[in-house]
Write a protein that binds this ligand. Sequence first.
Ligand code: UDP
Length: 239
Amino acid sequence: MKRGEVKLITDGKRIDGRKPEEMRNVEIKLDVISRSDGSAEVAFGKTRVLASVYGPRALFPKYLQEHETGILRCRYSMAPFSVDERKSPAPDRRSIELSKVIRLALEPAIFLEDFPKTVVDVYLEVIEADGSTRVTGINASSLALALAGIPMRDLVCACSVGKINDTLILDLNGREDNYSEVDMAFAMMPGKGKITLLQMDGLVTKEELKKLIEIAKSTCEKIYEMQKNALREKYRVSE
Ligand code: UDP
């Protein structure tokens, strides 16, 4: 079956029972790896991604150092058991691309120029994949960076939007992603109003594109509150 040919909406409900603009349940866990400088696990429904941050630390070999700024490295990786068919743990084209786009989505938020010659490493491990892993990973990374005490301009919040059976939807699951007419990964710094990632597959009209961005932006605002609440909860001083 081709994209757009699979029935994914029946009587206004998606295959997992959601309405078109409904998100899956979001779960946030902080400090999941004691050895890291900052770590967080975020789940959107069955999609679960762990992010672990190390640094800023001196970068070796020395020729990789930038004298004017620190650098950010991201590694996106899927656990062999995270998908239906065993996933080889070796990096493939997709994980190399995703590592890059995640880095580009996070970089604008970090004051890397304050840490010349250093590196900040972000390791993302997909524990279970059911669509939208890159955006789930960006949310986990944003929290892990904040927990590592890395100075940031803003948190980075991300979600996916798309189109199935001619209907615009929010937060694609795996099957929806595979057979969607359009899917878009979106990230932004809500406090700054700046978009840091917009990737799209498929064709949309100008009106649909505007609407998709509108849905994505208002969802990122909600995720912003969830990220801030999780951080506040951790640092709350009990009275
Ligand atoms: N997927 C899979 N095996 C793979 C890669 C992807 O089963 O090797 C599934 C997984 O559920 C993933 C979805 O396909 O979330 C969509 O992958 P895509 O490349 O669009 O990235 P994502 O939406 O996860 O950011």
